[in-house]
Design a binder for this molecule. Structure first.
Ligand code: GDP
Ligand code: MG
Length: 455
């Protein structure tokens, strides 16, 4: 009996140790992803501590998907951190909603004001924009141009230097005209400074907004918390918009902005154009932050299409290491043979099937409705690659591949302008990134592809 108890205890101890190790390893991985995405160091630690509390070790011991269980907890923990507990002010029909935008200079306020107006215009509101930025030269012209393009009434002045006066006059006028969404664009400064906050406060006092929206550039990194806090301390911020989410995969500052302002993120700016504004969805945002959403659905898709151990070609290529221009060339050859991707997916070889399922691959190479142009583009790329040496085609060293004198030589050899060659290299970089993402789905001993994020 004693022996059995000891053995049971022993195995229990072992199991716990293993699960804790798995948890630790997982959390390390996740923490590093979050830090890279600019999530505040403090929140990453908080998240870790909370996860350790909520993860149920019994589940871990019994379940096969340890990593998945942990990741689900991380996901919901981060989603929870993005939820300040109360929704943002909802615009009401039949009354003039006054919405004021604040944020540093260059954060994207004026652009976002237009996007926001345009968004609600399509929802049946009657928006108008007031330019209370008298600080930045050309601010009124910028707003005027944007508003005109979107066919939205605007108000501002070239001569008046008092933003408070303009704000007051503008809001009054549009109220009188029966606009039900009056947007007040304010000025920013390069830094959080007293003059800006005094001005902001004065404008806020006079327009008495229903909602103050803090606009934050997603690329500011770890500075997000302090910046958001500074605005919240002066202004009655009730919602956040993070901009420039198209520039890079980061965006962890959004968590900081929520914590600092105790307000939800309502939209994301994803480009310079009027319609590049997305309703913020915490769950997909977090998946993107962790870089797991795309990859896990990708892996699911592959497994549905072909059993992974039946993909010797793919496994061999992946095990060969880096993505090279030659692999790209071969992909192009196949695409040319096949015509539009996906439509012919059944006819493709396993490697192509897999490649075509890498997130971003398809849309990039063959945007819908652009098949003809895409084929021509691919053909151009191939012509240029024909002018490359074996050394270049088989290298994955960007210094060598993108060496300016080599690019000039390729341009001359293929009779294409240099910018075409540069475009081809950009394409290579993108594909290479997708390829490395796929490589990171570790290959296990049986030669099976293992998504890195599952057990
Ligand atoms: P403001 O000083 O806060 O009013 O900022 P602006 O609206 O003038 O924007 C500053 C710059 O950022 C402009 O060049 C905008 O076109 C650009 N911008 C704003 N939002 C976005 C976005 O979501 N994506 C990209 N790529 N650029 C943006
Ligand atoms: Mg502006």
């Amino acid at each position: 009996l004693g022996g059995r108890i000891t053995a049971a205890l022993q195995s229990m101890t072992n199991a716990t140790v293993i699960d804790e190790a798995v948890l630790k390893e997982c959390l390390n991985e996740i923490a590093s992803a979050l830090l890279q995405a600019d999530v505040n160091v403090k929140f990453v630690k908080e998240m870790r501590d909370n996860i350790k509390k909520v993860v149920n070790f019994d589940d871990l011991a019994a379940g096969h998907n340890k990593r998945r269980i942990i990741q689900q907890s991380v996901l919901s923990e981060l989603v929870r951190m993005l939820d300040p507990g109360k929704p943002a002010y909802q615009l009401k029909k039949g009354k003039p909603n006054v919405v004021m935008f604040v944020g540093l200079q260059g954060s994207g306020k004026t652009t976002t004001c237009t996007k926001y107006s345009y968004y609600y215009q399509r929802k049946g509101f009657k928006p108008a924009m007031v330019c209370a930025d008298t600080f930045r030269a050309g601010a009124f012209d910028q707003l005027k141009q944007n508003a005109t393009k979107a066919k939205i009434p605007f108000y501002g002045s070239y001569t008046e230097t008092d933003p408070v006066k303009i704000a007051q006059e503008g809001v009054e006028r549009f109220k009188a005209e029966g606009c039900d969404l009056i947007i007040v664009d304010t000025s920013g400064r390069h830094k959080q400074e007293a003059a800006l906050f005094e001005e902001m406060k004065a404008v806020e006092d006079v327009v008495n907004p229903d909602l103050v929206i803090f606009v934050m550039d997603s690329s500011i990194g770890q500075a997000a918390f302090a910046q958001a806090k500074a605005f919240k301390d002066t202004s009655n911020v009730g919602a956040v918009v993070v901009t420039k989410m198209d520039g890079h995969a980061k965006g962890g500052g959004a968590l900081s902005a929520v914590a600092a302002t105790k307000s939800p993120v309502i939209f994301m700016g994803t480009g310079e154009h009027m319609d590049e504004l997305e309703v913020f969805e915490a769950k997909s945002f977090v998946s993107r932050l962790l870089g797991m959403g795309d990859m896990s659905s990708f892996v699911n898709k592959i497994t549905e299409a072909i059993p992974l151990d039946q993909q010797p070609e793919l496994l061999e290529k992946l095990s060969q290491g880096q993505f090279t221009l030659r692999i790209m060339y071969e992909q192009f050859q196949n695409i040319q043979k096949m015509g539009p991707l996906n439509q012919n997916i059944q006819k493709m070889g396993p490697l192509n099937q897999v490649m075509s399922m890498i997130p971003g691959f398809n849309e990039q190479l063959m945007p819908k409705g652009m098949e003809k142009e895409s084929q021509a583009r691919i053909k151009r790329f191939m012509t240029m690659m024909d002018s490359m040496t074996d050394e270049e085609l088989d290298s994955s060293n960007l210094k060598l591949i993108a060496d300016p004198s080599r690019l000039t030589r390729v341009a001359r050899g293929s009779g294409r302008p240099l910018r075409d060659v540069q475009e081809m290299i950009e394409e290579y970089k993108k594909m290479s990134k997708a390829w490395n993402g796929m490589k990171n789905l570790k290959i296990n001993k049986k030669g099976m592809l293992n998504p890195a994020n599952q057990n």
